[in-house]
Design a protein around this ligand. Structure first.
Ligand SMILES: O=P(O)(O)OC[C@H]1O[C@](O)(COP(=O)(O)O)[C@@H](O)[C@@H]1O
Ligand SMILES: [Mg+2]
Ligand SMILES: [Mg+2]
Length: 362
């Protein structure tokens, strides 16, 4: 039997680095450490009910007020343990930690910041549906941050356009790592025999057009007018203004939805809604929306809050939430257009009038 000759993640990163002859190698080691953390998490996830501490009872509340699953905690620790020693990080921030993680004094500090959602879609873990990890790499821009001083929340409040790299791992039937270093998007599949991520999906692209959308329709009565209009038109299918039938999906795992869209196109919406007046957005800007947005845009798709490009949002808090619409370019353009469509102001939607068309917020 002949083995296909494939590039490993390490080889891929070395090749990329050849374009930057003065690079120190810190960036490559950072990504490889993250990949190692993802392999460790994949192993734990794959054990299912056989794994350690499956019992969710008594889980602590994280800063979001959500009960931490055991794998949220294990995944968070894996990211820390595999990354903090390396000397390439000035600090880390995570969904599972209220404040930035300081690199202990026993380890050297470096010039990058790592932001992550260690386990995305963790409510799916008990039903054996695909979950994942999401990460984003930023530069530690303050001179002293990369030196001796403690990292602060302010250091992480950079718009998505400033990301150096972003990626996710999806723990599905196969474990995959999808990565952008700002030069397109590449997908690697974990070869369990070799323990290596192998380049299997080079130069991923999101098709410009689609007839598949993903949204949590149980929130429909709380949506704003433009989202309701978009979904109603999709549901009307070939008899409506769109003139074609649409398929609908909802996995409740952002990583899995993003991966499907990268593989075959589609559009995902988790827009602003009015279900809970104190929580108008579901997804987190720094470790969910920005990394996924960067990947999708690097693959030729688009990512928006519904009103503006998500990567341009200036963050004001570490755990800030935001509306997110991403995927095939034509659909995201259309949804943004509906939000900007002044004609909508004439529609008799009380919600629409209540909140207005051109709010400054996302
Ligand atoms: O339960 P809902 O409202 O459908 O939300 C699903 C969304 O929540 C998330 O699971 C949030 O991620 P976490 O599991 O990291 O908290 C997203 O992955 C997903 O898109
Ligand atoms: Mg998440
Ligand atoms: Mg999570």
């Amino acid at each position: 039997m002949t083995m296909p000759c494939r590039t490993t993640l390490t080889q891929f990163l070395i090749e990329e680095r050849r374009h930057f002859p003065h690079a120190s190698g810190d960036f490559n080691s950072l990504i490889l450490n993250v990949a190692l953390a993802c392999k460790a998490i994949a192993r734990q996830v794959a054990l299912g009910a056989l794994g350690a501490c499956r019992d969710n009872a008594g889980g602590a509340l994280n800063v979001q007020g959500e009960t931490q699953q055991p794998m949220d905690v294990i995944g968070n620790q894996a990211f820390i343990d595999f990354s903090e020693w390396s000397g390439n990080l000035a600090g880390m921030a995570s969904e599972e930690m209220a404040t930035p993680y300081q690199i202990p004094d026993c380890h050297p500090r470096g010039k990058y910041l790592l932001v992550f959602d260690p386990l995305d879609g963790s409510s799916n873990i008990d039903v054996n549906v695909a979950v994942g990890s999401i990460f984003s790499v930023l530069r530690a821009t303050r001179e002293e941050t990369a030196g001796e001083a403690a990292v602060t929340e302010q250091d992480f409040l950079q718009p998505g356009t400033e990301q150096v790299a972003a990626g996710y791992a999806v723990y599905g039937p196969a474990t995959m790592l999808v990565l952008t270093v700002g030069n397109g998007v590449n997908g690697f599949t974990l070869d369990p025999n070799l323990g290596e991520f192998m380049l299997t999906h080079p130069a991923l692209t999101v098709p410009a057009a689609t007839s598949e959308f993903a949204i949590n329709a149980s929130n429909s009565r709380f949506w704003e007018g433009p989202v309701k209009r978009y979904v109603d038109e999709c549901l009307a299918g070939r008899s409506g203004v769109r003139g074609k039938d649409f398929n609908m999906r909802w996995i409740a795992s952002l990583v899995a939805e993003a991966h499907r869209i990268l593989m075959r196109g589609g559009v995902f919406l988790y827009p602003c809604d009015h279900k809970n007046p104190d929580l108008r957005w579901r997804l987190r800007l720094l470790y969910e929306a920005n990394p996924i947005g960067f990947i999708i845009e690097q693959a030729g798709g688009r990512a928006s809050t519904g009103r503006q490009p998500v990567l341009k949002v200036q963050p004001s808090a570490l755990h800030q939430r935001v509306g997110l619409v991403f995927g095939s370019r034509e659909e995201v353009d259309r949804i943004e257009g509906y939000h900007h469509d002044v004609q909508m102001a004439d529609l008799p939607s009380p919600l629409f009038h209540e909140h207005g068309l051109f709010r400054a917020s996302a």
